[in-house]
Design a protein around this ligand. Sequence first.
Ligand SMILES: *Cc1c(COP(=O)(O)O)cnc(C)c1O
Length: 469
Amino acid sequence: MTPDDFRLHGHTLIDWIADYLEGVEQYPVASQVQPGDIRASLPEHPPTAAEPFANVLADLDRVVMPGITHWQHPSFMAYFPGNSSYPAILGELAAAGLGVQGMSWVTSPACTEVETLMMDWMQELLGLPERFRSTSATGGGVIHGSASEATLASILAARWRVTGGDINHTGDTTRLVAYSTSQAHSGIEKGLRIAGIGTEHLRIVPHDASFAMLPAELERLVEADVAAGLTPFWVCCTRGTTSTMAFDPVAAVGAIAQRHGLWLHVDAAMSGIGALAPEFRWINDGLEFADSYCTNPHKWMGVNFDCDLFYTADRTALLGALSILPEYLRSAAAESGKAIDYRDWQIPLGRRFRALKLWFTIRAGGADDAIAMIRRHVALTQQLADWVATDDRFQIVAPHPLNLLCVRLKAGDSATDALIERANATGRALFTRTVIDGAVACRVSIGARTTDERHVRAAWELLKELAAG
Ligand SMILES: *Cc1c(COP(=O)(O)O)cnc(C)c1O
């Protein structure tokens, strides 16, 4: 591909993306293909000679599009959102154009410094504690690919701290115990497995009727473990759980964590971004106790996946756990102590210039626009809850302070399961199933950038119509 070809095809591709996003409503929300269909429509063996780009683009339409589930569709109400925006897409493109690998400051100073500034901008926009700022005495932040990666980094930092900063990682980790509720993300169990703690050393703390952790139960478990000769080291509070968007009481848990020397990680992957709006700042309650915190602009701020903000108040522990310095990565800048090498703040060595898409989004999209979108999503969720409350076949099964509503049919589990399956099969909307206190429920997650009242109304009409049949 020549530079002139690149310009030509690049313009075509930008048009293709804009046409796609403006026309996304024409597609069924979920892909309708069967496993193996997509591969079967492509040649088994790779071509060796270049083909015209137009052929590739044609196959994007012919082969790839049928296999796409449309996360940017305004009727996508499954999982949690993964919304994008035009400025963020351009930020991704700029990062690809530069093609830098920003493992160290010296490998591209701007990649590090724009990222540090974006973490500080987000600390300010979200109203997070000062001790997470890069300019604070002991804290700072970094962009990770996902909240699961942030959870693992937090576990590793906590493990390093509790084993006395053992640089060789030879400390005894077999007695360490971690805590969360059953509602916390599965990434915790995975992180504990990877960190060698083992899932048998994860204690499930009972929760209350709103699915929030019971601090007194946490303390009881911690004391029992101490009495048994074990070492409680890490507790996760979730602000906005994946199943029902429940909020663990961070301040109460934080006081217990401090008393017993546990690292407190707060996972607000989905809901944390809501704190952009001042009236939702309660999401941050208790964060002054947190040793680490994460939230995802790639869920609710229009910043394309992947973009997770990971903050810590104890960068010494994080770097203690993750820094490694082979000879070929030494630099005068790093040794001066004036430059950050983000490879020491994350699991992999290499890293993309992810900060660009955040920078583009904040500047060319505007935080005000993101706040307006968040307010709209929350208001639509409350509107939907009002509609559901007027239909006595349905039941709302969990508190819904933000943009997730969990409903079920009073007729029971199999009726609710059948409803979700039939609604999703229409392609007119997409919902996710969950199980809450042993009962099946349908999650309605409102978070696509262009979701408006008519889409929520249509989704509700769909559920009502199919509930009747
Ligand atoms: C979505 C979510 C995660 C996982 O996020 P990824 O960035 O996709 O790994 C973790 N915790 C909570 C509470 C979530 O909502």
